[in-house]
Design a protein around this ligand. Structure first.
Ligand SMILES: Cc1ncc(C[n+]2csc(CCOP(=O)(O)OP(=O)(O)O)c2C)c(N)n1
Ligand SMILES: CC(=O)[C@@H](O)[C@H](O)COP(=O)(O)O
Ligand SMILES: [Mg+2]
Length: 630
């Protein structure tokens, strides 16, 4: 039982503790986070890095009147523990339990439900301005990591915020890490700023050493002094943040509670935007995570005494990465692009083997697509590996910078479909619907690893336009023994006189095959149409089901604007007279729960498909096959 943490039942209770109790509180918070993540999985390293910061914020500010906006939100566990959610904390990321991210439904101390990066400054600014307009009290604080600061949206926020004449605090939590090592010029710039005192000290000692050398020494020392003063004046006395209109303070030790509390108190009482730069260590307080922060960024349950194994991309991501390496070996034009998701998308081997053709562009999906457009325009074949949910950011770039230019850009859309414990902000359920609207794009939905490789190969050899290959989180599922690849846009399995046809794509095909086996045992004649290419749908795939009295489309994606709706419209165009129904996701904001559990609840599994066919056949009997209902 945590002695101090158990006293914190409501927001602001932390203020009741004595200052000298706070280090013990931090230890208890760390303990609670480590044991819960070991049991439930979750984001460990980032959370351990912000324990002191969170305690200091809750000592200085009063919630929910004051608002803390955590960028991404994967580091908000300590905040949850200090805002009345300590008792529920053991349910973290479990079905019906606490979310792994800030959640408006969970607490009025979470001003936004978040999970995507680089948005905190913009939303905090809007909130701050709204408070001013409404005459509401309260400060607004955005906490943004150095990784999130590589995202363009953060600069749009800074650009706008630097002009306001009121208090708004941005805390830059700089741990030199994104999920992997933070890369790019911003990361390099921050490392200069961080090194400022050390850098100047190093100059001082060089100067002293040079002075000790007779004759030339003094002259050289004067030169070093001159350069140092110039550097001080031109570089180190100002930062980009000051230039953008912020009062800049830092870098401070982000694990020093006393300093943090003083700096925050000072910042609170200013009438200007303030940026506080703190240096923290990811994984602080848990040796395994300190040594391998990338592994402990986000992980499944593990043995806390032994630690987790090395993070190796598995399943589809691994298959994708392997294929990329194989093709890159024979095709020198192939480039791999990631927006800070190198390991998650399976590109680690590619980076090691083909360094010059690997690009981690930071958390910058919009830039990634437009950068790919440039690569393609220059004759390269770029493959942007991106999680479905994060690709949402780059819709305009796909249309304007890619499709309009008739350029070949290949999107490897990982985590397409239901993802599980990350929940609402991370479900990959919109991509099929929004990609469908991009002119000329071809979208593939492989069910198996070899299909994914095949698709990638085809796209690389194909004509110049956009391609997307979407595949789910995890591993391939059931594969019927007689299933072989044919490279066609669709396959049909089963007899023409089937009373029900199941149309589907991606991993749903595995479930459809199992469902079909059950239906067959029950004596129901059934057919499966598997769409390999979901955009554009091959008209022959639609024609193949025209004579079937009952057609059910199972889609692991949103219904609105999805592939099933398109298929239904194509049926209507062809005067389909049977019964058509869509089983897809009605509301894309699906809460966290184990992936297969969620699919079950959505009726998108074997049982759901069998039940749907049973029900549909009854409906079809009643309607006598007269109407199409979507
Ligand atoms: C738009 C978007 N792209 C990618 C991600 C995946 N992602 C989550 S956390 C993270 C790294 C964030 O680094 P930083 O902001 O420095 O926080 P730290 O983990 O270091 O605490 C990334 C790339 C995301 N959440 N949102
Ligand atoms: C916070 C974030 O956006 C990522 O860390 C994400 O949780 C990773 O998900 P995977 O576990 O599917 O790689
Ligand atoms: Mg970081």
């Amino acid at each position: 039982m945590s002695r101090l943490l158990s006293k914190i039942k409501a927001p602001n209770d932390v203020k009741k503790l004595a200052a000298n109790e706070l280090p013990e509180l931090c230890d208890e918070i760390r303990e609670e986070i480590i044991s819960t993540v070991a049991d439930n999985g979750g984001h460990l390293a980032s959370n351990l890095g912000v324990v002191e910061l969170t305690v200091a914020l809750h000592r200085v500010f009063t919630l929910p009147e004051d608002c803390i906006v955590w960028d991404v939100g994967h580091q908000s566990y300590a905040h949850k523990l200090l805002t009345g959610r300590e008792e529920a904390f053991s349910t973290l990321r479990r079905e019906d339990g606490l979310s792994g991210f800030p959640s408006r439904e969970e607490s009025d101390c979470d001003p936004f439900t978040t999970g995507h990066s680089s948005a905190s400054i913009s939303s905090a600014l809007g909130l701050s301005v709204a408070k001013a307009l409404a005459g509401d009290p309260g400060h607004v604080i955005a906490v943004i990591g150095d990784g999130a600061l590589t995202g363009g949206l953060a600069y749009e926020g800074l650009n706008n915020a630097g002009r306001i004449n009121r208090n708004m605090i941005v805390i830059l939590n700089d741990n030199a890490m994104s999920i992997s090592r933070n890369v790019g010029s911003i990361a390099r710039y921050l490392s200069y700023v961080r090194a400022k005192p050390g850098y100047l000290n190093a100059k001082d000692s060089v100067e002293a050493a040079l002075c000790r050398v007779p004759k030339v020494g003094e002259h050289m020392a004067a030169e070093v002094r001159r350069v140092k003063n110039q550097i001080k004046k031109n570089i180190f006395n100002t930062t980009i943040f000051q230039d953008l209109g912020f009062n800049y303070y830092g870098p401070f030790d982000g694990h020093d509670l006393r300093t943090l509390t003083s700096v925050l108190t000072m910042a609170r009482d200013m009438d200007k935007p303030v940026l506080i730069h703190i240096r923290t260590y990811k994984g602080r307080g848990y040796k395994y995570a300190e040594n391998a922060p990338s592994v402990y960024h986000g992980l499944a349950a593990f043995d806390r005494e032994k630690g987790a194994g090395e993070a190796i991309a598995k399943g589809f991501s691994h298959a994708f990465g392997e294929t990329m390496c194989t093709i890159a070996g024979v095709n020198e034009k192939l480039c791999a692009v990631t927006a800070a998701m190198e390991s998650g998308t399976g590109l680690t081997d590619f980076r090691e083997k083909y360094r010059s053709r690997f690009f981690d562009v930071g958390i910058a999906e919009e830039h990634a697509v437009t950068f790919c457009a440039g690569l393609a325009r220059g004759g390269m074949i770029p493959v942007f590996a991106v999680y479905s949910t994060f690709l949402q950011r780059a819709y305009d770039q796909l249309i304007h910078d890619g499709a309009l230019q008739h350029l070949k850009i290949i999107l490897a859309v990982d985590r397409a479909g239901v993802v599980g414990e990350d929940g609402q902000t991370h479900q990959g359920v919109f991509d099929a619907a929004f990609l469908r609207t991009v002119p000329d794009i071809h979208v593939y939905a492989p069910t198996y690893y070899d299909e994914l490789s095949d698709n990638l190969d085809d796209c690389i050899k194909g004509e110049n336009h956009l391609y997307a290959i979407r595949y789910p989180r995890g591993k391939e599922l059931y594969r019927p023994e007689n299933y072989t690849l044919s490279g066609k846009p669709f396959y049909v399995f089963g007899t023409e006189d089937a009373s029900a046809t199941l149309v589907t794509y991606g991993r749903m095909f595995s479930f459809a095959c199992e469902a079909a086996e059950t239906l067959e045992k029950e004596g129901i004649k059934r057919r499966i149409v598997k769409l390999n290419r979901i955009v554009p749908i091959d008209p022959k795939a639609v024609e193949a089901v025209l004579r079937c009295p009952t057609v059910l489309f199972f889609e692991e994606g949103v219904r609105q604007g999805g592939i099933a709706e398109e298929f239904g419209a194509m049926l209507l165009d062809r005067n389909f007279r049977g019964h058509y129904e869509v089983h897809a996701i009605e509301n894309g904001f699906i809460k966290h729960a184990p992936m297969f559990r969620t699919l079950h609840k959505l009726g998108l599994d074997v049982e759901g498909m069998v039940n749907a066919v049973h029900t549909a056949l009854q409906i079809a009997e009643k309607k006598d096959g007269k109407a199409v209902s979507i």
